[in-house]
Ligand binder design. Structure first.
Ligand code: KG4
Ligand code: ZN
Length: 408
């Protein structure tokens, strides 16, 4: 670890390209967002019903230079004003990560600026901290339990800040993994169920918007319980975005599993004969899309029968139940002083409502990112890089992409 003098303006350019968003942002001292630009690839991947890694890399390559320039311009800065360049080094898609890393390295080398590697999950945690500092006079009490829940991840961490965030040359944040999914990430389950029901990609936002039209108690899905895990010892769970950390050391109470729920939805669709209506719905939506019509909630709702709406509401309630029980149990077991919920699925309105109610009931401070910072962005990467910069945790210019990077 190298001690460096803290730059007064603390201007960090963050670059993010781990999945299907090319993003760049400038954040000052980890607390003031000067610009945040995101190019989404949703339109490219929608036709395939999910992220196609090869297409993602090509899109990043096309977008990276204009997006970084836009972030610098919007912040009204010149490249020379920057104090450091930060980039997501993993977890994520290897080819996608490499585009951001190569660009960031070249920039750091050419400008002769400190170069910082940030874990994508650490970024999601700092999205909440960044905004909380901007909008609230009170600091969140620490340590915090962080639930990172997105299309690639469903992880529980205990997050502890450095003792004095403004001291120089001291350790940065500490993270302890407490739980994670054994199979699908929650966002992946949302996307797969939406696809099965003939809804658009990504499916999470559509399920969120359609669920209020259904009865969440119409279909009962049992709460998945993982009692013991002898068969898992030494195994590494597989999720869409990342292959990370073995689960042997984790408490089974804090492990998630969404593949059983997905299968239960499939069985329900077959039992009730909902599949042909789903195929017709998918075709109708594709036809509207082909004539360039921007789909409204009403366009989609009128294509859904009541049993489908009930299934959507019940599925969403089951996912939120799963997340809620484990997150609050974990927070209690480690005596966390606050709860942070972040990642794309943290945009879900039912999740926000139920987590907020439960946190209020327990008197536990809770924070979510705004909708813009819930999904992938680069402001969170620049914010997470600031404590690393003041702790002198710089990355070498031969840094490689690590698709399985573990946060610890
Ligand atoms: O954090 P993110 O942008 O990318 C990853 O790191 O994966 O998360 C994207 C995921 C997708 O699975 C998407 O369906 C889900 O977040 N998502 C939602 C909502 N908005 C996005 N899931 C449920 N409700 C939402 N409102
Ligand atoms: Zn993410």
């Amino acid at each position: 670890m190298m001690a460096i003098s803290t730059p007064s303006r603390g201007l960090i350019l963050g670059i993010e390209s781990s999945c299907d968003e090319t993003a760049a942002a400038v954040v000052a001292r980890g607390e003031q967002t000067l610009s945040s630009v995101v190019a989404s690839q949703i339109a490219t991947h929608a036709a395939w019903g999910g992220v196609v890694p090869e297409l993602a890399s090509r899109e990043h390559l096309r977008n990276i230079a204009p997006i970084v320039h836009a972030a610098i311009q919007q912040a009204r800065l010149a490249f020379d004003d920057l104090d450091a360049i930060a980039v997501t080094s993993g977890p994520g898609l290897a080819g996608a990560l490499l585009v951001g890393i190569s660009y960031a390295k070249a920039l750091a080398f050419a400008l002769d600026k400190p170069f910082i590697a940030v874990n994508h999950l650490e970024g999601h945690i700092h999205a909440v901290l960044l905004e909380h500092q901007q909008h609230s006079a009170q600091l969140l009490p620490m340590p915090a339990l962080a639930l990172v829940v997105s299309g690639g991840h469903t992880h529980l961490f205990l997050a502890e800040p450095p003792l004095d965030t403004h001291a120089e040359a001291q350790p940065a944040w500490k993270y302890k993994l407490l739980g994670r999914t054994l199979d699908d990430a929650a966002g992946e389950a949302f996307d797969k169920v939406a696809k099965l029901l003939g809804l658009g990609y990504p499916g999470g936002p559509w399920i969120d918007r359609l669920a209020p039209f259904g009865n969440p108690r119409a279909v009962t899905f049992p709460l998945t319980r993982i009692k013991s895990k002898p068969h898992l010892v030494g195994k590494t769970p597989r999720t869409k975005g990342a292959l990370t950390s073995p689960v042997a050391a984790l408490d089974p109470r804090f492990l998630f599993s969404f593949s059983g729920l997905k299968t239960a939805v499939l069985r329900h669709v077959e039992d009730l004969g909902l599949r042909s209506a789903a195929i017709a719905r998918e075709e109708a939506l594709r036809a509207l899309d082909a004539v360039g019509q921007k789909l409204s909630l009403e366009d989609i709702r009128i294509l859904c029968d009541q049993p489908t709406l009930d299934l959507i509401a019940s599925f969403q309630a089951a996912v939120v139940d799963n997340l809620l029980h484990r997150a609050f149990d974990a927070a209690e077991s480690v005596n966390a002083q606050s709860l942070l919920v972040t990642g794309g699925v943290a945009a879900n309105s039912e999740l926000r409502r139920r987590f907020t109610d439960e946190a209020d009931r327990r008197g536990l401070p809770i924070a979510f990112p705004s909708l813009a910072l819930a999904t992938d962005n680069a402001a969170m990467i620049a914010a997470a890089a600031w404590p690393r910069l003041i702790a002198g945790q710089l990355a070498p210019l031969n840094l490689e992409a690590d698709p399985r990077l573990v946060l610890a």
